[in-house]
Write a protein that binds this ligand. Structure first.
Ligand code: HEM
Ligand SMILES: [Ca+2]
Ligand SMILES: [Ca+2]
Length: 306
């Protein structure tokens, strides 16, 4: 039921408005792209792309966005979606869903930071549910085993190949020190033939020396080209510049190594694979028809009584 011209008749200004706002926001706040890409991924892995992650908690119910793993999602990502929704509601009220806005914004931001053109379709409805308890087990964590991480992607219908391509998103953005502290402060989880580059590890120890007091401290996921969507992430892994334990591990696991080699050699192969996998993520399990609604506010269901 999704289509690329879903809003052509009902909201012809949707795309132009979205691109304008996304562009202004990314220039004013350059971390918008990374935050929005992660927000998209965390929405879509939990019950499909349905803006379940945008709903605010109420005194009665803690929503997805307050699940532990989602707490670090940056405000700028939520903000760009709110801005687009507000502008689009003025032009065509009650037509464009929040889930379509999140998907469209992510697509535009990826190409703004140098990534591939992703062809996304529209027509998703927004969820009638957002529950922090639905998040557990659907998103991988950096210190999980490769078996566990693969099984999480597979239970969402994603292959090992798609997983390796999607994690290439770590070519941009940051991770807080606590996400990789165990790797740099006690060498407990080095599990590849290549260890973390010692100079890199020393720099990270310096950066994160005070991380238990200063929880905001974070490092670039891709130390060489942190703001550019390219295939540098895969090149880094092979030389011990992977930041998270999970990043490092995919370069040396038998099931994933050859794909890392391919994407490190051939950026076009990575871009094609990333775009295809992202399209798949954006379409799986989406709600259409009566299974959802077009929210008037992205952070509230339409029947919200306060
Ligand atoms: C093995 C699977 C994955 C694991 C274990 C993982 C884990 C993480 C962690 C721990 C962070 C740091 C969060 C923080 O400290 O604020 C992060 C950041 C990020 N992740 Fe992943 N991730 C995975 C896959 C993905 C995928 C598939 C995507 C998107 C398609 C993605 C997109 C991002 C982005 C863009 C950031 C940077 C966010 C920012 O700078 O605000 N990740 N990831
Ligand atoms: Ca969702
Ligand atoms: Ca990069």
């Amino acid at each position: 039921n999704l289509s690329s011209d879903y809003y052509t008749k009902t909201c012809p200004e949707f795309e132009e408005t979205l691109v304008q706002i996304v562009t202004d926001k990314q220039i004013a706040a350059p971390t918008t792209a990374v935050g929005t890409l992660r927000l998209f991924f965390h929405d879509c892995m939990v019950d499909g792309c349905d803006a379940s992650i945008l709903v605010a908690s109420t005194p009665r119910k803690t929503s997805e966005r307050d699940a532990d793993i989602n707490r670090s999602l940056p405000g700028d990502a939520f903000d760009v979606i709110t801005r687009i929704k507000t502008a689009v509601e003025l032009k065509c009220p009650n037509i464009v869903s929040c889930s379509d806005i999140l998907v469209g914004a992510t697509r535009s931001l990826i190409s703004m930071v140098g990534g591939p053109r992703v062809n996304v379709k529209f027509g998703r409805k927004d969820s009638l549910v957002s529950d922090m308890n639905r998040v557990e087990g659907k998103l991988a964590r950096p210190n999980m085993t490769m078996d566990h991480i693969i099984s999480i992607f597979e239970s969402s219908g994603l292959t090992v190949q798609e997983m390796v391509a999607l994690v290439g998103a770590h070519t941009i953005g940051f991770s807080h020190c606590k996400e990789f502290a165990s790797r740099i402060f006690n060498k407990s989880d080095q599990n590849g033939p290549v260890e973390m580059n010692p100079k890199y590890a020393a720099e990270l120890r310096k950066l994160c020396a005070n991380y238990t007091n200063d929880e905001q401290m974070s490092a670039f996921n891709d130390v060489f080209t942190p703001g550019k969507f390219d295939n540098m992430y895969y090149k880094n892994l092979k030389h011990g510049y992977g930041l998270l334990q999970s990043d490092h591990a995919i370069a040396f696991d038998n099931r994933t190594r050859s794909l890392v080699d391919l994407y490190a050699e051939d950026e076009t192969a990575f871009f094609d694979a990333f775009a295809k996998a992202m399209e798949k993520v954006s379409e799986k399990n989406v709600k259409t028809g009566k299974l959802g609604e077009v929210r008037r506010r992205c952070d509230q269901y339409n029947d919200y009584k306060g």
